[in-house]
Write a protein that binds this ligand. Structure first.
Ligand code: PMP
Ligand code: GLN
Length: 376
């Protein structure tokens, strides 16, 4: 199997000493006290397997946070499991729900781990393109309905959405899921990263959704610790038992010392998260202006770490966004990700390129300096 797009672009960026606005990882770390709790946990000897479902303090912190933020109640003993990042939550959910030839509906462009998990389960992907127009990104509800068949076992939704940066309204989507009694995997890895005063609405908050939704989340983006690979899956007892059964043979458990540190951060550091969100919003706006000055059309980013640029006017007829990204690294020293790799209909997305704005001020300033040469 070839390296995925993130490894490929990150390696190419390193080779050309490029600023990496490709792979979404911050170049700063999370709140000091959270970091120091993790290191104290290691030094104090909390270095062995956690219980399969996670440390009680972690599970309780996740549960309290849901209640506080969204008024949603999840029993820490039966309705939450700690996972090795959102990635393991995705894999375990897909493996537990999908068998050979079962169909899984995804909305493209979609995060690449979904395709890999579906393949691993022997399932079949049915990909419904999102629609983009002047009012933003939306689910094509008619196409969604047409994609449903007697073999549909799971629907994967990601909100806030990578790679588009969209914050989706799931009212109609959830109506269709209820109508067809579908099980949903909701990837909310970016739930806290929404801008311009928006509020994230979890999929499980829509009527009729709690009983059919597995929600995966992660500390990675929220607390700027993508290397900790610590997340959670939440849902009704039956689904979480199935996810846990799959998870136990993927990793059994993850990195124990991270759990008390993240439990602390979920309780005490949401202020830190708010200031990170403000600075991400500022970086988003600065990056968008630089790209516009370079002659690119920039699509609105309402959440996540990402914005999309339309590079149509910079492509020759035989080129796609992937060629443009390669040239951007080689000629200008900035790395970005072509959106066509996130799709089963790549031709629909070959004019779009994803940039992250999750780096600190200095890195982003240098990236903007380099991008200013693109339009020359
Ligand atoms: N889902 C989405 C949409 C992502 O962008 C990512 C990458 N951060 C993940 C899941 C994986 O998250 P984690 O690093 O917690 O495994
Ligand atoms: N989620 C991050 C992104 O979309 C990184 C994913 C990865 O490296 N596998 O950029």
């Amino acid at each position: 199997m070839a390296d995925n797009i993130f490894s490929t672009i990150t390696a190419l960026a390193a080779q050309h000493d490029a600023i990496n606005l490709g792979q979404g990882f911050p170049d700063f770390s999370g709140p000091e006290r959270m970091l120091s709790i993790a290191s104290q946990e290691i030094l104090n000897g909390n270095n062995q397997y956690a219980p399969l479902r996670g440390l009680p303090t972690f599970l309780t912190a996740v549960s309290e946070q849901r209640e506080r933020n969204y008024g949603l109640s999840f029993d820490p003993e039966t309705e939450i499991v700690a996972t090795v990042g959102a990635t393991e939550g995705i894999a375990a959910t897909v493996l537990s729900q999908v068998g050979p030839n079962d169909e899984v509906i995804c909305f493209e462009p979609y995060y690449d781990a979904y395709a890999a998990a579906i393949d691993l389960a022997g399932g079949r992907r049915v990909s419904v393109p999102l629609i983009h127009d002047d009012s933003g990104w939306q689910i094509d509800t008619d196409a969604f309905r047409r994609a449903i068949s007697p073999s549909t076992r799971l629907v994967i939704i990601n909100n806030p959405h990578n790679p588009t940066g969209a914050v989706l309204d799931l009212t109609e989507f959830s109506g269709v899921c209820r109508e067809h009694d579908l099980t949903v995997l909701s990837d909310e890895a970016y739930e806290y990263l929404v801008y311009d005063g928006r509020r994230h609405v979890p999929t499980a908050a829509y009527p009729g959704m709690p009983e059919r939704t597995v929600t995966v989340g992660s500390a990675a983006k929220t607390f700027a610790v993508t290397g900790w690979k610590t997340g959670w899956a939440l849902g009704p007892t039956r689904l979480i038992a199935e996810v846990t059964a799959a998870k136990q043979y993927l990793t059994f458990v993850g990195f124990t010392p991270a759990q008390p540190a993240i439990a602390y951060a979920l309780r005490e550091e949401m202020g830190w998260v708010s200031s990170m969100v403000s600075s991400l919003q500022e970086q988003r706006d600065l990056l968008a202006s630089s790209l516009r000055e370079a002659g690119l059309k920039v699509l609105d980013s309402q959440g996540t770490f990402f914005l999309l640029a339309d590079v149509t006017t910079h492509l020759s007829p035989s080129q796609t966004g992937a060629d443009w990204c390669r040239a951007l690294i080689e000629k200008y020293g900035v790395a970005a990700i072509p959106v066509e790799v996130f799709a089963d209909h790549p031709e629909k997305w070959s004019h779009l390129v994803r940039f992250t704005y999750c780096k600190g001020q200095e890195t982003m300033a240098e990236a903007r300096r380099r991008l200013s040469r693109v339009g020359e």
